[in-house]
Design a protein around this ligand. Structure first.
Ligand code: OSB
Ligand code: MG
Length: 375
C-alpha cells in the first residue's frame, strides 16, 4: 500500500448529556480522525481511523491536539520511511512506529486508518479479518456521576428500559456506596459494575470493601495507573473481582498484571493499547490465562464503534462491553448510527473498520483540519 495524502480532522461533537467521571465533565467529544488516501493493488481507497485521546490529558497523558502534533511530526514520517521501502501494511504499522515511545492512542488512529483502507481494498469485514463469527455482542452502558441519587435512578432506569444488559456506574470518593446501594435496590438482578478511574488509594481498602455487599461483576481501576502491586493487594482484601483499565497498555503489561494477581478481569480498549492488533494480543494472553476480558470505550463515534463490536465478538470477551448505541452519546453520529436491539449491537458486515463518514456530518463538526501531502 502507498499512502498519498493524509488529512487530520479535528471534530467537536456535542454529547446528548454531560458525561462526568472522577476526572472531568465532558459536554462534547473532541475527536481526531485520521483519513488516509492510499493506492493499493485494488485501486485507490480511503481509510479512516479514530483517535481515542480526549481534549485534555485527564484519563491518560494523551490529549487530542497533542495527538495531532505527534502524528504529524513523528509518526507519519516513520510511516513514510517504511512505505518508501514498500513495507507498509496494517500489520507492520506497529513495528514502524515502535521507536516512538508511548502515544498509543495516536498510533492506534494511524493503524486503524491503514487497516480500514487495507480491508476496504480487499472487501473484507473486520469480523472476517479477526475470524469472528458472532453476529452481535451484548451491549453495556457506562453511566456518569450524577447530581443526585434520584437523578441516577432515573438515568439507569432509562437505560434498563432501552435494553442495556449491564450497567457500569462511575464512582469517586463521596459517590460510591450510596449510589451503588440505591441502584442495586432498584434493580436487584441487573449485572452491575463500577469504575473509579483511579480516584482512590490503597488507604481506602476498607471503605472500598463495603462494595462487596452489592454483588458487583467487578470493580474497575480503583487505584492509580502505576499502582499494579497495590491493585494486587486490594484484590486480596476485596471479594469483588479486580478489573484494570488505565494500568494495562500492552500484552506484556497484561501478562504482568495477571501474574501479580492485580487483574481478575481486563478492560480492553483498543485505543488505549495502541490499536486493534495489540487489543487482540491482550485478548489472546488473557484467554490463555483464564482471565475474562470485555471491550471498553472512549465515547467512540461510528468510526470505531463497529470495530469495537467486531473485536468483542472474539471468544474471550465473555462480559458485556461498553458498546452502547450511538444514541447513548450522540444525537448525530458521523456514520449510520449503531442501534441496540434486544440488548445487543450488531457486528458490522461492511468492508473495513467503519463506514465512510457522512461528509455533511464531518463538515458540521469539524473545527480544524491539517492536509498533509506525504507521497
Ligand atoms: O474509564 O472506561 C473509562 C470514557 C472516557 C474515558 C474513560 C472511560 C470512559 C467510559 C465510557 O467509561 C465508555 C464508553 O465509551 O461507553
Ligand atoms: Mg475505565
Amino acid at each position: 500500500m502507498q499512502i498519498d495524502h493524509v488529512t487530520l480532522h479535528e471534530l467537536r461533537i456535542p454529547l446528548v448529556t454531560p458525561f462526568t467521571t472522577s476526572f472531568s465533565t465532558q459536554r462534547a467529544r473532541t475527536v481526531v480522525a485520521v483519513e488516509v488516501a492510499a493506492r493499493t493493488e485494488a485501486g485507490e481507497v480511503t481509510g479512516w481511523g479514530e483517535c481515542g485521546a480526549l481534549a485534555e490529558p485527564v484519563y491518560s497523558e494523551e490529549y487530542a491536539s497533542g495527538a495531532v502534533d505527534v502524528i504529524e511530526r513523528f509518526l507519519l514520517p516513520r510511516l513514510m520511511d517504511a512505505q518508501s521501502l514498500d513495507l507498509l501494511s496494517a500489520e507492520t504499522v506497529g513495528e514502524h512506529l515502535a521507536p516512538i515511545v508511548g502515544h498509543r492512542m495516536a498510533k492506534a488512529a494511524i493503524e486503524s486508518a491503514v487497516l480500514d483502507a487495507q480491508l476496504k481494498a480487499t472487501r473484507t469485514s473486520f469480523a472476517q479479518y479477526l475470524g469472528v463469527t458472532a453476529r452481535s455482542v451484548a451491549s453495556g452502558v457506562s453511566v456518569g456521576i450524577q447530581d443526585s441519587i434520584p437523578q441516577l435512578l432515573d438515568v439507569v432506569s432509562g437505560y434498563v428500559d432501552e435494553g442495556y444488559q449491564r450497567i457500569k456506574l462511575k464512582i469517586q470518593p463521596g459517590w460510591d456506596t450510596e449510589p451503588v446501594a440505591a441502584v442495586r435496590e432498584a434493580h436487584p438482578d441487573i449485572p452491575l459494575q463500577v469504575d473509579a478511574n483511579a480516584a482512590y488509594t490503597l488507604v481506602d481498602a476498607a471503605h472500598l470493601s463495603r462494595l462487596d455487599a452489592f454483588g458487583l461483576l467487578l470493580i474497575e481501576q480503583p487505584l492509580g495507573e502505576a499502582d499494579m502491586r497495590q491493585h494486587a493487594e486490594l484484590a486480596r482484601v476485596m471479594s469483588t473481582p479486580m478489573c484494570l483499565d488505565e494500568s494495562v497498555v500492552s500484552a506484556e503489561g497484561a501478562a504482568d498484571a495477571i501474574a501479580l494477581g492485580a487483574a481478575a478481569v481486563i478492560n480492553i480498549k483498543p485505543s488505549r493499547v495502541g490499536g486493534y492488533l495489540e487489543a487482540r494480543r491482550i485478548h489472546d494472553v488473557a484467554r490463555a490465562a483464564g482471565i475474562a476480558v470485555w471491550c471498553g470505550g472512549m465515547l467512540e463515534t461510528g468510526l470505531a464503534r463497529g470495530a469495537n463490536a467486531a473485536l468483542a465478538g472474539l471468544p474471550g470477551f465473555t462480559l458485556p462491553g461498553d458498546i452502547s448505541a450511538s444514541s447513548r452519546f450522540y444525537e448525530r453520529d458521523l456514520t449510520t448510527p449503531f442501534v441496540i436491539e434486544n440488548g445487543r449491537i450488531a457486528v458490522p458486515t461492511f468492508a473495513g473498520l467503519c463506514e465512510e463518514p457522512q461528509a455533511d456530518a464531518v463538515a458540521e463538526f469539524e473545527v480544524g483540519a491539517r492536509h498533509l501531502q506525504v507521497a
